[in-house]
Design a binder for this molecule. Structure first.
Ligand code: FE2
Length: 433
């Protein structure tokens, strides 16, 4: 059980704040004057937050570990009939006394404002898509943005919106300058892809890039995999054939959420890389063909891969939504889509929807084409941006293996987002000191 009013930590003011003055009764704001909230959380300084919400988020040392910030009290240990019995507000802090046990909490006013923003209550607002440069993601996001992985947190693009080139960074500067590293990695969160130039053309360098943003995800392909034409390929990626836009490994659960590809040797002819914003294609489908969008968001399909040592299967919709209906994950790979298990009528509508989505993905104006040079390393959000390539010849001799050579590996967005947030926090700390 939590301590009550006798808990000295629960009533402490943040260092440096003035002693709170007794607050005036609310005369305006939420809730409207004259109404009483049943839990007593009427004071405007509480920003419309419920008594149980405030109590569950009490920052006192009894409720949260001061070192880790982790919660020490479970929901079942809180009084079920918690109320607010007293509020004392100053400019910097709001002190709250809860009933029925007299527990005290002190909240920073800025912190309450962040969570008591009306946008939280009224639902998230979509970001402007008017071609203006969105703010770089700092891994924390604005208050209304509860999940940085959904379409709301992204800048959706067609090739023309990118001005003809991918967002880019330079590996030596990336290593030396934390601000450049943050900008480069933020581009993956906002646009879904960035290219780092001047990564040393040595085998395994892609692993150093992956480690710089998180952790390498080892798979049945190894810690890294070679992308080059092979005499007996186990995967069409390891041929000279063109590869249509796709997300990697939808047959894996969980799917690797970041893919890295490092160019060691470019093809003499062809072999250009393509990148397509799958969130934009899905958003277009939603506005132009709502029935197809609904079909692809509600029809689970299975992707499968097997070889001599591996049998992998995973199931999910081609367009994954979050619980609020926002686009959150694309699974799109015609090579590994297993036969769908649907009655004939539903199969017809599914394939029509699949075609409609594929046509928007295949729109030449949607795809950003980039010829990777030796030393270029692309970092791709594999839940959003589809990658592909044109076919290549390397002199046209089909009997020998081509010279185009990339090395790839997988990592994950949570690590990348953490890296960006840590860099942003360090920058903020330097700016504030
Ligand atoms: Fe791929």
């Amino acid at each position: 059980m939590t301590n009550g009013a006798s808990d000295p930590m629960g009533g402490e003011r943040p260092a440096g704040t003035r002693p709170p003055a007794k607050a005036k009764p609310p005369t305006s704001g939420r809730p409207t004057a004259g109404t009483r909230e049943p839990d007593g959380a009427d004071h405007p300084a509480l920003r419309g937050l419920a008594a149980v919400w405030l109590r569950a988020n009490c920052p006192c040392a009894t409720c949260q570990d001061p070192g880790s910030g982790q919660r020490l009290v479970s929901i079942t240990e809180l009084p079920a009939d918690v109320t607010v019995t007293e509020v004392v507000a100053s400019d910097a802090a709001v002190e709250v006394v809860f009933g029925p046990d007299g527990h005290r909490a002190v909240f920073g006013t800025g912190w309450l404002a962040r969570y008591g923003d009306p946008a939280v209550e009224h639902g998230p607002e979509p970001p402007a898509q008017d071609g203006t440069e969105p703010p770089a993601q700092d891994g924390i996001g604005p208050p209304w943005q509860d999940d940085n992985r959904t379409e709301e947190a992204k800048h959706l693009w067609a090739a023309a919106d990118l001005g003809g080139e991918l967002r880019q960074g330079w590996w030596p500067r990336y290593l030396a300058d934390p601000a450049h590293r943050r900008t480069s990695l933020s581009a993956v969160l906002t646009y879904g892809v960035v290219v780092l130039h001047d990564v040393p053309c040595v085998p395994g360098a892609v692993l150093a890039v992956a480690k710089s943003l998180g952790y390498v995800r080892e798979t049945n392909y190894g810690r890294l995999f070679e992308v080059r034409a092979e005499p007996t390929p186990a995967n069409l990626a390891f041929t000279r054939l063109p590869i249509a836009p796709h997300t990697d490994n939808p047959y894996r659960d969980p799917v690797p959420t970041v893919q890295l590809l490092h160019c060691l040797h470019a093809a003499a002819d062809g072999g250009e890389s393509t990148f397509t914003d799958g969130f934009r294609a899905a958003a277009l489908l939603r506005s132009q063909d709502p029935a197809a969008f609904a079909c692809l968001t509600t029809t689970p399909v299975t992707f499968a891969y097997s070889d001599a040592a591996t049998v992998l299967r995973a199931t999910g919709p081609m367009i994954g939504l979050d619980p609020r209906g926002r686009i959150r994950q694309i699974r799109f790979n015609g090579r590994s889509l297993a036969p769908v298990r649907l009655p004939a009528a539903r199969a017809r509508s599914f394939y029509a929807a699949y075609r409609a989505f594929a046509e928007r993905i295949a729109d030449p104006e949607a795809a950003m084409t980039a010829r990777l040079s030796p030393g270029d390393c692309v970092i791709v959000d594999n839940t959003r941006v589809l990658h592909g390539r044109t076919g290549f010849a390397d002199g046209g001799d089909t009997r020998t293996t081509g010279r185009r050579h990339l090395q790839g590996c997988y990592a994950d967005l949570d690590g990348l987002e953490s890296a960006v947030a840590v860099l942003a926090r360090s920058e903020a700390g330097r700016a504030g000191s």
